[in-house]
Design a protein around this ligand. Structure first.
Ligand code: B12
Length: 134
């Protein structure tokens, strides 16, 4: 049984602003668009995923906000969405180019083993969409 003092403390915690990110349902992330083929300047965007939301959701939201970010994808029958183009530049099998998905977190860069439809970003991660060769 909770004492009245404990009960009011618990209620106060629930009402306090700045509740944990999980409750606010917006996990902030950055998206960087880079190009390892031409070394064009990196373009930087801010957006968010909802709690445990997929990267594709954040990319759709960013595109809809008209800040100059656009992308297209194709649907692979086995693996889902394959990122085809970003900001008007498309990967091309004849040139062996594609959009690589990288993630900068803390002091490391990882190359996720899933695509944009499966990757679930963590708070404050930088997602790097990098035009590259294979
Ligand atoms: C070759 C290959 C690639 C090539 C494909 C281009 C080409 N023309 O060869 C390139 C380098 C582009 C590539 C990229 C990526 N790949 Co890849 N790739 C493979 C690999 C080694 C062989 C695929 C293949 O040729 N199969 C034989 C052909 C006949 O079958 P297919 O159905 O036509 O193959 C197509 C699909 O596999 C598709 N494809 C390849 N990779 C991916 C990834 C995703 C997310 C999707 C939707 C489709 C897709 O491209 C192939 C050619 O058209 C497989 C592993 C394996 N051994 O199967 C991984 C694999 C499919 N790739 C994988 C991943 C994660 C990626 C990347 C997300 C890596 C990254 N972090 O950037 C990116 C995709 C980013 C994007 N743009 O959306 C994972 C997918 C797992 C999953 N459940 O999502 C696999 C299984 C490897 C792994 N890590 O386990 N990949």
């Amino acid at each position: 049984m909770m004492t009245p003092a404990l009960l009011s403390a618990a209620l106060l915690l629930l009402l306090l602003p700045g509740a944990p990110a999980e409750n606010s349902n917006q996990t902030p992330i950055s998206i960087h668009v880079s190009n390892s083929v031409t070394n064009a300047p990196i373009q930087t965007y801010s957006t968010y995923v909802v709690y445990r939301g997929i990267l594709l959701g954040a990319m759709r939201r960013l595109q809809a906000s008209n800040v100059g970010f656009s992308f297209t994808y194709t649907e692979d029958p086995n693996y889902g969405p394959f990122l085809e183009s970003v900001n008007g530049l498309a990967g091309c099998s004849a040139d062996r180019t594609y959009w690589e998905l990288l993630v900068n977190r803390a002091n490391e860069t990882i190359r996720p083993d899933v695509g944009i439809g499966c990757y679930i970003p963590c708070a404050n991660e930088t997602i790097v969409l990098n035009f590259n060769k294979y």
